[in-house]
Design a protein around this ligand. Sequence first.
Ligand SMILES: *Cc1c(COP(=O)(O)O)cnc(C)c1O
Length: 372
Amino acid sequence: MPRPILATIHPQAIRHNLERVRQAAPDAKLMCVTKANAYGHGVERAFEGLRAADGFAVLELAEAQRLRQLDWRGPILLLEGVFEVRDLELCSRLGVWHTIHCDEQIDWLAGHKTQVPHRVFLKMNSGMNRLGFTPERFRSAYARLNALPQVEEISFITHFSDADGVRGIDHQLQVFMEVTADLPGERSDCNSAATLIFGGDARVRNDWVRPGIVLYGSAPDYPARTADDWGLQPAMTLSTKVIGTQTLKAGDTVGYGSTFTADGPMQLGVIACGYADGYPRSCGTGTPVLVNGVRARLLGRVSMDMICVDLTPVPGAGMGSEVVLWGQSPTTGAVLSIDEVAAAGGTVGYELMCAVAPRVPVVSDEALPACK
Ligand SMILES: *Cc1c(COP(=O)(O)O)cnc(C)c1O
């Protein structure tokens, strides 16, 4: 008998979430972000739900290669561009678009002998101060690129630091639009939060939006709004079972460090999940879980392989009961948002979905696409 922990991916939910993004930005093309193995969902499994995408954005050439093996012939953008000069060869071979964010990447391209000229996305650092040319240096970078025979088409890209926050996107949007105003080429600026919140805003001239987290059913601006508020469905369910029980009396403590003390009689369930499965150790007493579809809470510390939960509120719960750490209960349909669990652990849904450990088996509840 394998340990009962399992991550189940729901391509139908991804399909639904993609439709939600389309509604939010009806005039834009969707470049669906599948970096980090599709935010932990698996490129192949996520792809099944993303067939209606107009393009994909990835971090690594290996991810682009996997998409081509799935017979995706449409656009793929390397979000950070190439990491060394010889990557350009593979870009040519795979027909992959790539970001240009620094002078070195222009140098490499200038020295690249390619039969097929490349489409590149010139990146502006409009205020986030990670990758990209500053507004002051942007136009000279453009002029350099534009003069290269290796370049077929130049588009413009920038990234917002506060689309989900109080500062918003105006300060960056204004710079980006001003500096690129008279340059010919497509533009891409919105991540999930910007797409949902500002996708319908006429000032955001966005040919390509770059949704990531929203596709996987997490609210980019939680807790201001929830996945439910945005009409999103969870794309991943992390589930397990109760593998042991204890009956506590007043004064009994639970787990390492005895951080929880029972103030009266209670039923405790031990479940097969721990931080070695990717569940955050920073969660503890009070973090919600679903037992047989009913909301219950963690007790004490998360340990490597086990977590204790309070079974007192769940009638009939015991050995073998279904437990959902986040996602949707397969038996009752009840949903526990990954954002809520993440917040209880002081982090974000992104980190949880990306951190599911290799020892957790992952399955899709739909048939997978065949690889070439
Ligand atoms: C990861 C990433 C995105 C997607 O961000 P989400 O918040 O997941 O929508 C968009 N653009 C760039 C440049 C990224 O690195």
